[in-house]
Each structure stands twice: as C-alpha cells, then as structure tokens.
Design a protein around this ligand. Structure first.
Ligand code: 5AD
Ligand code: SF4
Length: 443
C-alpha cells in the first residue's frame, strides 16, 4: 500500500474561509490526502487567503517567503494558494512567488481534483473563474472530515451591495443562495456526525433567497425554522448580516424560534450619516437603531456585535463622535473595529485618506469604549444560569470549555464526557475574554 499523501491547510480571514478550507480538504481527501498539523509534515500546502484589508493580503506573501527554505529542502512539495487573494491576484502570485504551483479562487475549488492531476504531470494550475456550474453540487456529498459539536454551513455567497470600501463583491462575486433541500441534507449529515450547533454563513446571509423544498422561494427565516425541526440540532446562528435585509419574519424568528441563539452580529460600520452615504451603505444610523429596537422587542436579552471602520476617507472628528454616540446607544456585547484600508479597485481607495495617526487615535478610542461595553455585558452574566455547549477540554486539567447561548466562552470544572452536550451553567466570575462557571445539577 502506498503511503497517504499529506495535506496542510492554513486558513486566513473569515468563517467562510474556515468552511471552504474544510470542503477543500474533503475534496482532496477523495484524492487520497490526509490532513496534517504542520507545514513541515506536508506533501501539499494550501493557503486559503483573505483580501479584505491590506495587512491580511500581505500575510500571504510573508508566509510564502517563510516557506521558501522548506520548498528548497523538499522540491516535490506542492504549494497552492486559494481564497480571495487568489481571486484578486491570480497568476501574479506565481510570477511573484515561483514556489506556488496552484492558484484557485473561492468559486472553483470543486475543480481541485483536475488541478491536482495537472500538478502530478509537473504543470502548474490556475483557475479563478466565476463558473456557471454550482460548486457545491460538485463537492463530496457528506461532511466526512468534520470534527466537533459546532459547524459552519455556507448558505449564501457573494454580495451585490458594493459598499465603497469593500472587495467582497469583486472577490466572491454576485449574491447566490443555495437551495434549501441541499442545506437541510448537509445539516442532517452534520447532526449525524455529532454536530449540535450550526452557524449559517453568507457574506449577506440575511439576504438569503433560495429555492425552498416546496418550490417557493425561501428567506432566511423560513430556512432557520426548517433547520430547527432537525432532532439533535440544538442551536442555530447566522452571520454576517446587513441591516437592510433584516426582514420582519427574521426579526420575529428571534422571538419565537427557541433554537435561534440570542446573539447577532449586525455590522453598521459608522454612526455618521454622511460617512454611511460615502460608504454606499444605503442606510442611516437611525434606521440601524430602529432595526435593533425591533430585534430587542422580539428578544430582549439579545446580545449584539458589530463591525466598525474608522478613518474612512472624509471622516471628521464629528463623524467619529457620531460613531461613538451610536455605540453608546446600542451597548454592544462585543465588536470588531478596523482602521480603513484602501483596497485596489474599490471606489473609496481613490479618495483623499485620513491622516494615519488620527485614524490610529480614533481606533484606540473606539476600542476603549467597546472594551468597556464588553466587560459590562460579561459582568452582567455573573449570577445568571446560561446554557453551555461544551466543545473541548479547558486550558487547565479537569476543565472543559464551551460557548453560552450568548456566544461567551465559558469554562467549568467538569469531565470531558460533557464535550458535545449542552448543560446549564451558573456564571460565577468574568475574565478578560471568558466567563468562569459552575455546572448546575439538573433537577
Ligand atoms: N478597510 C477596513 N475594514 C474593512 N472591512 C471591509 N473592508 C474594509 C476595508 N477596506 C471590514 C468591515 C466589514 C468587515 C468584514 O471588514 O467592517 O464588515
Ligand atoms: Fe462588503 Fe458591504 Fe457586501 Fe458587507 S455588505 S460584503 S461590507 S460590500
């Protein structure tokens, strides 16, 4: 018997890349590859990249530079670049870094088997098309390589919104929603493999409009409700959403669908209407706040998270103050804050940039406010009993850790047999990024 070929996958960027990496590993699994944990042990290295900000994209080239000595030592080592940098830069990657044998975009990785055959013939392979065929229909049916009680499931890809700072509409293409019956099948398969929580993914997940099992078009709320009927699936989450696609039935589902978890990531980017307009967000600060009000009316304990960009071209101190005001009026459980990064090919990249030191200062001030809110949200959990889905052993022996309904990391003293199950936990203390709890005996 020949020894199995070894694959090392490194994932950069968002959760959809995590999902894509898993699916690529499955596809290559059919070709006889097994996954290993280090680049040194691999016959094939696949870097699944992110292009959202300049720093993320640069990471690829510095990592490729570091792989050069390993490649010199092992000339048969194959190196592939996948994801959004692959899509944006294509063949340029191979010209700049000749150690790269394969470049594959996010919409063509179902073609990896044929591309690997080209590599076996000593050729290079490049595919960054936006193909007609549905990549998901050509991927292995089951989620055979999935491990652990939580999983991602891509239900929608691409974006038609064209925010003026964002590369996603160019790297991931137009919005496409997967048919509901395929998603239900994939979800059932995951549950049979021990998955208890599924996070539905899409660049604009709440713009999901897929063919339903009944022939009608389904929105995200209908999909969530059907997934909730799967026995053994305890929790459903979805990310990332746009405020304009937060339709009535989805808001209602937050109130009446018990499996839909009380945590929502709803990016707003800025609290200034002038900047929101320049960002082409097509909503105002006020319309965003009204959506939040309706969500909280449906689910009063909903924990919110968001994304913010500071230093967007033209942002003045008073625009920035409007962002701080919006953050104060929402009260976030957590949020991601970014300094504006000009991306090639996007409209905002052409505009006059905010002074870098000023942008850094705003980033720090915004982060300080968010940290304060995050601490307050965590402190408010102390004394409450929450449901925790245990995922893995804790850092200390005798501990297990998992996530609460509100997506807080929680650790307790308890046996590893808890992993894969949901149990009630009383929160006893809060640390910087996690909560400490005590298992509550079930009465
Ligand atoms: N610069 C900074 N942050 C960006 N994001 C997207 N594009 C840029 C950019 N050019 C942020 C947005 C988005 C998140 C995924 O990344 O906040 O919601
Ligand atoms: Fe990018 Fe805006 Fe689309 Fe989000 S909604 S992926 S920020 S263009």
């Amino acid at each position: 018997m020949t020894e199995a070929k070894k694959l090392y996958v490194k994932t950069y960027g968002c959760q959809m890349n995590v999902y894509d990496s898993e699916r690529m590993a499955e596809t290559l699994g059919v070709q006889g590859y097994i996954q290993v944990d280090t680049a040194e042990a691999a016959d094939m290295i696949l870097l699944n990249t992110c292009h959202i900000r300049e720093k993320a994209a640069e990471k690829l080239y510095s990592d490729l530079g570091r792989l050069k000595p390993l490649h010199d030592e092992k000339p048969d080592l194959k190196i592939g670049v996948a994801g959004c940098v692959a899509q944006a830069e294509g063949g340029e990657i191979m010209r700049r870094m000749p150690i790269v044998d394969l470049v594959v975009g996010p919409q063509t990785y179902h073609r990896l088997p044929a591309m690997m055959e080209a590599l076996d013939r000593g050729e290079t392979a490049l595919d960054t098309e936006f193909p007609e065929e549905d990549k998901f229909a050509h991927l292995p049916k089951g989620r055979g390589t999935h491990k652990g009680p939580t999983a991602f499931l891509t239900v929608q890809e691409g974006c038609d919104k064209f925010c003026s700072f964002c590369v996603v509409p160019y790297t991931r293409g137009a919005e496409v929603s997967r048919p509901a019956d395929r998603l239900l099948r994939e979800a059932r398969d995951l549950v049979e493999r021990g998955v208890r929580e599924i996070t539905l993914l899409g660049q604009n997940v709440n713009a999901y409009h897929g063919a339903g099992s009944d022939g009608a078009e389904w929105g995200l709320a209908r999909l969530v409700r059907d997934l909730a009927r799967i026995d053994g699936l305890d929790r459903i989450r979805y990310t990332t959403s746009h405020p304009n696609d937060m339709e009535d039935d989805l808001i209602a589902a937050h109130g009446d669908c018990a499996k839909l978890m009380p945590y929502l990531h709803l990016p707003v980017q800025s609290g200034s209407d002038r900047i929101l307009k320049a960002m082409n967000r097509k909503h105002t600060a006020d319309s965003y706040l009204r959506v939040i009000e309706r969500l909280r009316a449906a689910r009063p304990d909903l924990v919110l998270s968001g994304d913010f960009i500071v230093g967007f071209p033209g942002e003045s101190e008073s625009d920035f103050q409007a962002t701080l005001d919006l953050v104060r009026s929402v009260g976030y459980g957590s949020a991601y804050t970014f300094k504006y990064s000009p991306r090639p090919g996007t409209p905002a990249a052409e505009r006059a940039q905010v002074d870098a030191a000023e942008a850094d200062d705003r980033l720090q001030r915004l982060q300080a406010l968010i940290t304060e809110q995050q601490r307050a949200t965590q402190a408010a959990m102390v004394g409450r009993t929450v449901q925790v889905l245990f995922e893995k052993p804790g850092r200390m022996t005798g501990q297990v850790t998992g996530k609460s309904d509100y997506l807080h990391a929680v650790h307790v003293d308890g046996p590893e047999t808890l992993i894969g199950s949901v149990a009630p936990v009383e929160i006893v203390a809060t640390n910087t990024n996690s909560l400490a709890g005590r298992l509550v005996a079930r009465g």
